[in-house]
Design a protein around this ligand. Structure first.
Ligand code: C2E
Ligand code: MG
Ligand code: MG
Length: 586
């Protein structure tokens, strides 16, 4: 039932009763007034009660429930839907509102949960990024430190490197110039260190360098600086030495400590070093001059055979400049094609034929005239230019020999000298194959001359290389035999066709008994090993006769012919078949 109709019904009932009572009161007229007042009060009270019962109470209940729900923020609560229809309606509307609020609340909770999760996730990521950032930062710091160390210290020996040494030297030079101090720069290079690496391998070679570095440091004072420049090169700054002569005892101690035996596993060996000394301010006041001059002095020690020290001198400087000029001229000679080959015949003593010719290089220099190989081959070897020069000589000799054959001359062999540098640093077998291919010369008409010292330098790899060459059909001869220390044991393993007795043994035979004995012994030994023998440097008829009598196979020397240019040697070929052994007439 609707609230209004209830109220109307209640109030109508009350007032109907009141009017009825008023009517009764009128009937009983003397009680009329008090009764009327009582009735009005009563009906008013009843009306209020009725309104209270029907409206206020329901409102209170509704508002209490609603306040509770809102106060608790609990959107799941619902208002009870009892009482008059209006209140039921109102409750329903509120409940609907609460439904919406609940749904909205839930949605916002889920949304905020999601937001929280996202925030937490990004928080984790942020933390991780911060960690990573820290890690990268630390890595960068340690990398930077490592780079600084790398930039200043040598990795292998932990000694200062060239850069750091130069920095320190520059500072010390300023100090020395203010205080008028004298300083010594010692440039040290270990002799033949390459052999250690070749024989023992790089790791052991590295160990040896560390050992040498440690030994050197024990000799020095705290104020001196030892640095490694790279490879087997060290440099020392002797601070405030007072007099030039005080650098010598240090150099002596360094040489001595370097030569003490080194033991690695079952190997024991000793090393020598070459030292060059320059003095500040006598030999230079700049870092560059002092280092260059110490280096020049070191090279002089090396050329003296190593194991010594030398002070820089003005003469060395002049020689070094000449050396540089010569090197430049040699480079120009290569690009200007200033080399020619001369050929010296080798005579076969058994049948009197020219069995081969040796190609000997000459430099036709516009400034220096005709330069002999002894004047430029060592420099070419030192600078590495020998690779190009040697390759040219091989190609040119093969070309010339093929040309002689094409011109109808009796085929002979051409012997080409190989530098030890070429032998070790070039794939010589491969080079020979390509040159023979290019020139069309048959391999059997080519002979390679390798010096005895080169052959003995690295026996195992030499045997392999020689085999490689021999397999191609090329002849191999050991040049200047007798000047080195070939063991007979090795000699029989070498795939060699010919031994060339060094001219120093031929020089004074037959008068010198030692040389005659050595020559005959070499001839006998070669024959036992199945090799032929060439005697070089034959200058007299006596030498020739002695060699012929002692079973020597081939002879070569000024007595027969000097080395001749291509156009002239050809004339010898024509005479070859009926060659008489006559002294050479220029
Ligand atoms: P080598 O290979 O032992 O050549 C023999 C040297 O002795 C040649 O000197 C030759 O002219 C000289 N000779 C020949 N017969 C006599 C003689 O009866 N008496 C005297 N005293 N000497 C004689 P050369 O031409 O000055 O060559 C010197 C060295 O230069 C050669 O010694 C060889 O080791 C080297 N050489 C020459 N040409 C080349 C080349 O193309 N490449 C390389 N790597 N080295 C070469
Ligand atoms: Mg030779
Ligand atoms: Mg020789």
């Amino acid at each position: 039932m609707k609230l209004c109709s209830k109220i109307m019904t209640g109030v109508s009932l009350i007032w109907t009763c009141c009017l009825l009572l008023i009517w009764v009161a009128i009937e009983l007229s003397h009680y009329f007034l008090p009764l009327l007042i009582a009735l009005i009060v009563l009906s008013t009270l009843l009306t209020f009660w009725c309104i209270h019962f029907l409206i206020v109470k329901n409102f209170k209940k509704l508002s209490a429930e609603l306040s509770e729900a809102l106060a608790k923020n609990d959107f799941t609560q619902r208002l009870t839907e009892t009482g008059p229809d209006e209140f039921v309606f109102l409750s329903k509307q509120f409940n609907k509102m609460l439904d919406i609020l609940e749904a909205f609340h839930k949605k916002s909770i889920t949304r905020s949960d999601e937001q929280i999760k996202k925030l937490q996730q990004s928080n984790i990521e942020l933390k991780r990024e911060i960690e990573e950032h820290k890690l990268i930062k630390n890595e960068l710091i340690s990398h930077k430190e490592h780079l600084i160390k790398l930039a200043h210290y040598d990795n292998l020996t932990s000694l200062p490197n060239r850069v750091f040494f130069n920095e320190m030297l520059n500072k010390t030079l300023k100090h020395a110039s203010r205080h008028k101090n004298m300083m010594g720069i010692l440039f040290i290079d270990i002799d033949r260190f390459k052999n250690i690496n070749d024989a023992l391998g790089y790791p052991k070679g590295d160990w040896v360098l560390q050992e040498i570095a440690n030994r050197f440091s024990t000799v020095l004072r705290a104020s001196d600086i030892l640095a490694r420049l790279g490879g087997d090169e060290f440099i020392i700054l002797l601070n405030d030495i007072g007099h030039t002569k005080f650098a010598s005892p240090v150099a002596e101690k360094l040489l001595q400590i370097c030569s003490e035996p080194i033991k690695i596993e079952h190997h024991e060996f000793s090393l020598t070093a070459s030292i060059g000394i320059s003095i500040y301010p006598n030999d230079g006041i700049s870092l560059e001059d002092l280092q260059r001059n110490a280096d020049i002095a070191m090279y002089n020690s090396k050329h003296a055979g190593g194991g010594v020290f030398q002070y820089f001198t003005k003469k060395m400087n002049i020689e070094a400049h000449e050396h540089i000029k010569m090197e430049a001229a040699l480079r120009r000679a290569i690009s200007n094609n200033e080399f020619v080959l001369y050929y010296q015949p080798k005579l076969n003593l058994k049948d009197g034929s020219i069995e081969s010719v040796e190609a000997l290089i000459r430099w036709e220099s516009s400034e220096l005239g005709l330069v002999n190989p002894s004047q430029f081959i060592p420099l070419a070897e030192e600078t590495g230019l020998i690779m190009q020069i040697g390759e040219w000589a091989l190609r040119e000799a093969c070309r010339a020999n093929k040309a002689w054959q094409t011109e109808g001359y009796q085929p002979i062999c051409v012997a080409v000298n190989l530098s030890p540098k070429q032998f070790y640093h070039q794939d010589i077998a491969q080079l020979v194959v390509s040159v023979l291919d290019e020139t069309g010369l048959d391999a059997k008409y080519l002979e390679l001359e390798i010096t005895e010292t080169a052959v003995m330098d690295n026996v195992e790899s030499t045997i392999k290389k020689l085999n490689d060459i021999k397999e191609r059909g090329v002849r191999i001869s050991v040049d200047d035999f007798g000047t080195g220390y070939t063991s007979i044991n090795y000699l029989k393993k070498f795939p060699v066709n010919i031994l060339k007795i060094d001219q120093s043994f031929i020089k004074n035979i037959p008068s010198n008994q030692n040389n005659t004995a050595i020559t005959s012994a070499v001839i006998a030994l070669a024959h036992i090993l199945g090799m032929k023998v060439v005697a070089e440097g034959v200058e007299t008829a006596e030498q020739l006769l002695y060699l012929a009598d002692n079973n020597c196979d081939i002879v070569q020397g000024y007595y027969l012919s000097r080395p001749l240019p291509e156009q002239k040697i050809v004339l010898q070929f024509q005479k070859a078949e009926h060659l008489e052994i006559l002294p050479f007439s220029p």
